[in-house]
Design a protein around this ligand. Structure first.
Ligand code: MG
Length: 304
């Protein structure tokens, strides 16, 4: 098979394409993250965290600055109304960019104290915003402002955007990172990337049952990731998990079985599905952003 693949299970052959190559969309950055595709605008937004910018890649190949002084924005997603939701290390907050360009702070404290540094975010089909809050953005002045954590835990949070209530739904992590729901939203996957600073922490994606639509129970390991760490990941329309790793993008089935890899020449931080025909994997990897056509697409959440 051509292409930059490692195949461990024949099911992977049906998910990728022959005779396609990994294309570099943008380069020269410091640490890219937070890729999110906007169908209405036919563009990809991604963060360069240390450079404090959110960039925009357009289908004609141009790349420009979407937001300067991004407050060390990290993970991004879009809500059902097509609005940008961003995790910002510098303000230790999760924000929403409204259609008129104004920025609304969705969450910046819990139990009266500042959040650590929101890292990655996903919106459930009921409109609730789920995000992780590790300390990466306050450990140094490189990806935020060095500060002493004030939260007791490194939480996974659920924000009710109707009532404004912020609830900790899990905190059994060294450093929670990327997160994504299964197609039916009955499971939430969360990356444990704490091995970055502690060799004793397993490099794993964990999975929880979503109970009552708003609580997590029965947390357990879903899959070990190696080499490297799981950072951001996405679930496709077949319920496969496509995750970042040191050597590229790993594709796991819904039981955590490794089906194959797309090899990428730089350490991958995150990825998303998108492109004009919604059949490309858009990959942030260290100094660059890459794209490759695939034979799958993003999961669509259940209708509410
Ligand atoms: Mg992350």
């Amino acid at each position: 098979m051509n292409g930059p693949y490692e195949i461990f299970d024949n099911r992977f052959r049906d998910l990728v394409l022959l005779n396609v190559s990994l294309r570099k969309l943008s380069g020269g950055h410091l640490w890219t993250e937070g890729p999110v595709w906007f169908p209405a605008h036919q563009c990809l937004l991604f963060s360069d965290i240390p450079n404090q910018k959110i960039y925009r890649w357009m289908c004609d190949g141009t790349v420009n600055v979407f937001r300067d002084h991004s407050s060390f924005a990290n993970g991004n997603t879009r809500d059902a109304q097509g609005r940008l939701i961003s995790c910002q290390h510098g303000t230790r907050s999760v924000t929403r960019t409204e259609h008129d360009g104004t920025i609304t702070v969705l969450a910046d404290q819990f139990e009266g104290k500042p959040l650590n540094s929101p890292n990655d975010v996903v919106v459930k089909s009921d409109g609730s915003v789920w995000f992780t809050d590790p300390t990466y953005g306050i450990l140094s002045d490189y990806e935020g402002y060095k500060s002493t954590p004030e939260q007791r835990h490194h939480n996974v949070f659920r924000l009710d955007t109707v009532t404004g209530e912020l609830a900790s739904v899990a905190h059994d992590f060294a450093q929670p990172n990327g997160l994504a729901f299964s197609r039916d939203e009955k499971r939430l996957y969360v990356a444990e990337s704490g091995q970055s600073h502690d060799d004793t922490v397993p490099s794993v994606i964990r999975v929880y049952d979503v109970v009552g639509g708003n609580r997590l129970e029965n947390g357990r390991d879903f899959a070990a990731i190696e080499p490297g760490l799981p950072d951001g990941f996405r679930v496709d329309c077949h319920d496969n998990v496509w995750t970042s790793a040191a050597d590229g993008v790993h594709c796991l089935d819904a039981n955590g079985v490794l089906l194959g890899k797309i090899l990428v020449p730089e350490t991958v931080s995150n990825l998303t599905f998108g492109g004009p025909r919604d059949n490309e994997l858009l990959i942030t990897a260290t100094t660059s952003v890459y794209a490759i056509h695939v034979n799958t697409a993003a999961a669509r959440g259940p209708k509410t």
